[in-house]
Write a protein that binds this ligand. Sequence first.
Ligand SMILES: Nc1nc2c(c(=O)[nH]1)N[C@H]1C(S)=C(S)[C@@H](COP(=O)(O)O)O[C@H]1N2
Ligand SMILES: [Mo]
Length: 170
Amino acid sequence: MPGSTHIAILAATFAGVGMPVIADNLGQPANEPLLTVLGDVAAAGEGTALRFDRPMLEALQNVTFTTSTIWTTGPQTFTGVPLAHLLEAVRADGTRVAIYATNDYKVEIPIAELDGNAPIVAFLQNGAPMSLRDKGPLWIVYPYDANPDYRSEVSYARSVWQVERIEVLD
Ligand SMILES: Nc1nc2c(c(=O)[nH]1)N[C@H]1C(S)=C(S)[C@@H](COP(=O)(O)O)O[C@H]1N2
Ligand SMILES: [Mo]
């Protein structure tokens, strides 16, 4: 059954990290988790992971913007949680985040380089969930059209798609 396979993979990936502990204010995943946040996060005990399903992400501060991207054709509307806000919500206590995609792509972003509303951890594109094939379910996106700084190789490299895990580092 695909569901149990997925759970087995998750368990294998996070074996040794400890059971997920969910802080009261963030809620608890009732559906398939889309995102794991771990590392230096005060909302979880040390060595534990926070998991977010779609409703939990929707319950955080959400931002919507429309922009073109170098990977798509025509204006795209994205909705998601500003990464800076997500880090506040989990009470991140570090200076960098490592963002991991399903394909083992990983990038580190200094937290000081996050703007209030950019990038976002997008969970909707043009009002619809993104499939894994379409760079989903989570994609780090910037409002590229709004600021030339976002149209840079650095920001493109930080535009991780198929995000599954964010680790807060010292
Ligand atoms: N999941 C995932 N996201 C990723 C990458 C990747 O390999 N996997 N490459 C990054 C880098 S280094 C850049 S410059 C752009 C590359 O986009 P392109 O492959 O369309 O040129 O996506 C970024 N996001
Ligand atoms: Mo890149």
